[in-house]
Write a protein that binds this ligand. Sequence first.
Ligand code: SAM
Ligand code: SF4
Ligand code: FES
Length: 350
Amino acid sequence: MGNDIDSILNKAVKYHNLDEKEILCILEEKKESKRLFSVADEIRKKYLGDGIHLRAIIEFSNYCKQNCLYCGLRKGNKYLTRYRIEPQEIIESARKAKNYGYKTVVLQSGEDSYYSVDKMTKIISTIKDLDIAVTLSIGEKTFEEYKAYRDAGTDRYLLKIETTNEILYNKLDPKMSLTNRMQCLENIKKLGYETGSGIIVGLPGQTLKSIAKDIMYLKSIPIDMAGIGPFIYNPSTPIESTKENFFELSLKVMAIIRLLMPDINIAATTAMETVNSRGRLIALQSGANVVMPNTTEVIYRKHYKIYPGKICINDSPSHCRSCIENKIKSINRYISMGKGSHIKQKRGIK
Ligand code: SAM
Ligand code: SF4
Ligand code: FES
């Protein structure tokens, strides 16, 4: 078995290509995955160097019309205090982010129709005047809406597929459909956005085989950015409870993605650090090259409770900025000065 894994990893390093069976073989390996993580780190270094791109995430509304069973922002969660940040205040947060030295802001929210296309495009174009990159992560929209946001200057869009297993998807995301989610990603790609996606690792009912298929799907798009996070059980949701920690498995998924897509941007996710106190640094040493520090004002951030134990909920945007800088220095890496576009997309950035 060990030899099999070695030859699969050698193939991945050489050709950046594996089939589903080979991916599954890596995922099923029970022994420690030290070599997988170190080769993913080497590939990251070879293609992207030691710079780390910071993306300032602004969580501007926790209202959501959807009811994903795993998520604390789901409409049916009566235990959550809801908030919306007004457009002018979102723009102010972006201005602050720029002053902290961020070159990208990520505007994230539940699916909240309070922010009409008109409101959103005004927010986007005003932020674009600050000469920073804008990523949206606001869920499923129509082609026309995605087009309007792209025309307003949005550079990137993040929409996780969560799982490509249709039965599981339909069970966990009531009234949503895998077909529509895939169509959204297709539209996002077609419109020239840098396209980000990823999965939740450890969803109840998910198998390693379905994770292997997820990875193949992400490569087929192909994505420009990946966000892989462990499932974290939220007791305010109806999903099956689990105490299992999916850090190691998420890290393996992330490292495999690095081997298969050597030059894309991959985030060391907040969810990884929530389940492991050194999670982001470990991820940055196992293939990741992006961190998304929280830039939401303190009064709001404790209410963006996707899952319990989320890091940074009592910290200020400026504290998170200096905290992450120190952490990055501690592993002898540095913060990139550019906007950090996927190198294949650089010419398209607005
Ligand atoms: N509403 C948008 C969407 O769904 O694309 C963006 C906001 S949503 C809160 C951002 C991400 O949170 C989702 O893509 C999902 O992967 C993640 N998430 C939700 N519940 C989670 C949980 N219990 N554990 C880990 N990740 C979770
Ligand atoms: Fe809403 Fe996104 Fe949470 Fe689903 S994952 S309930 S769409 S915020
Ligand atoms: Fe928020 Fe460290 S990044 S406290």
